[in-house]
Design a binder for this molecule. Structure first.
Ligand SMILES: O=C(O)c1cc(C(=O)O)oc(=O)c1
Length: 290
C-alpha cells in the first residue's frame, strides 16, 4: 500500500469566528508511523498526521480543545491517540477502539489517559468484522460516565436498532449515520434518523462531514439545507468536528476553513453555536468542568 495524504496542506482561515472555548469534537491522528505503526488490518495507509499538525490546525482555525477519535488504521492499539491526548496539556480527550475482551484494568487505564468512550465501526470498507454480541458485552462494563460512538451507514440503521437499543450508555452517532443529504431535510434518511433520535433522549450525533456526505461539493449547500433543521430540533445533543485528517478523502480533500464556515449555516444563532461547540461536548468529555 502506498501512503496517502488526505488533508489540505494550507487550509484557509475561516470567515466565521469560533466562540472562545470551542471544541473540535471529531478529529483523528495518524501515527507518526515510526512511533505508532499502523494496524496490519488497516484499510488505508496514511502519511503521518500527528499531534503537532493537529494542534497547529486547532490554533489556526480557532478551536480550544479536541476530541480525538481512534482512527481505524490504528486498529485497537490506542497508543497514538493516547500520546496525542497526553501532549495536549488537558486540552484533548478521546474515544478508543478496543478489543471487546479488554480487561477492566485496561479500561481504567484508558480512562486515566483521557478516554471517555469507545467506538464501534460498522463500515465494511474500514473494518473486517463488527461482532455485535462482543460489542454489547464490553458496552455493559464501561467506566462510569463513558459513552459509545457508533459509525454506520444509513442503509443499516434499522437492522442495527436491536443492538443499539440494548446499549445501556449514551450513544453518539458519527456523521449522523451518513444520510443522503440530497434527499433534503424531510427525506427518507433524515426521517429515519429522527425516529431513531426520538426513541431515546440519550442519543447524540455529530453534524459533521459535509465533504463526505454532500456530492454537490464545496460549499455543500445540500448538507446545509438538510442538516440545519436537525441541529435546531436536537440542539442539546449535537456535536461538531472537523474530521481532520479526513481519512480516505484524498481524491476530494476539503479545506478545513470552509468546513468551519459551515457552522453558522447549520447553527445560525450564538446560542446554537455555543451548545454545538461548547456546552454539549463539555458535558460528554469534560463533565467535571461543564
Ligand atoms: O468514512 C471514513 O472513511 C472514515 C474513516 C474513519 C476511520 O478510519 O476511523 O473515521 C471516520 O470518521 C470516517
Amino acid at each position: 500500500m502506498t501512503r496517502i495524504t488526505s488533508w489540505h496542506s494550507a487550509p484557509s482561515k475561516p470567515l466565521y469566528t469560533l466562540p472562545a472555548g470551542a471544541i473540535d469534537a471529531h478529529c483523528h491522528v495518524f501515527g507518526p508511523m515510526a512511533d505508532f505503526p499502523f494496524s496490519a488490518k488497516a484499510k488505508y495507509l496514511p502519511q503521518d498526521a500527528g499531534p503537532d499538525k493537529l494542534f497547529a490546525l486547532r490554533d489556526h482555525l480557532g478551536f480550544a480543545r479536541n476530541v480525538i477519535v481512534q482512527a481505524s488504521c490504528h486498529g485497537t492499539d490506542n497508543s497514538a491517540t493516547l500520546d496525542a491526548i497526553a501532549k495536549a496539556n488537558g486540552k484533548a480527550r478521546g474515544v478508543a477502539v478496543v478489543n471487546p475482551a479488554i480487561s477492566d484494568a485496561d479500561l481504567a487505564a484508558l480512562h486515566d489517559g483521557g478516554i471517555r468512550g469507545i467506538r464501534f465501526n460498522f463500515l465494511k470498507r474500514l473494518v473486517d468484522d463488527a461482532p455485535r454480541d462482543k460489542f454489547l458485552d464490553v458496552a455493559r462494563r464501561l467506566p462510569a460516565g463513558w459513552h459509545v460512538v457508533i459509525y454506520f451507514e444509513a442503509d443499516i440503521l434499522e437492522e442495527l436498532r436491536p443492538f443499539m437499543d440494548a446499549i445501556p450508555v449514551p450513544l453518539v452517532i458519527d456523521h449522523m449515520g451518513r444520510p443522503d443529504v440530497t434527499q433534503g431535510p424531510d427525506g427518507a434518511d433524515m426521517k429515519a434518523f429522527r425516529a431513531f433520535l426520538d426513541s431515546r433522549d440519550d442519543i447524540w450525533f455529530k453534524a459533521t462531514c459535509p465533504d463526505r456526505l454532500d456530492p454537490t461539493g464545496d460549499p455543500w449547500n445540500a448538507f446545509a439545507d438538510a442538516v440545519a433543521p436537525l441541529v435546531a430540533d436536537y440542539q442539546d445533543r449535537v456535536l461538531w468536528g472537523t474530521d481532520w485528517p479526513h481519512p480516505n478523502m484524498q481524491d476530494d480533500i476539503p479545506d478545513d476553513g470552509h468546513l468551519v464556515d459551515m457552522i453558522p449555516r447549520i447553527a445560525p444563532t450564538a446560542e446554537l453555536q455555543r451548545k454545538l461547540l461548547i456546552d454539549n461536548p463539555m458535558r460528554l468529555y469534560w463533565p467535571e468542568e461543564a
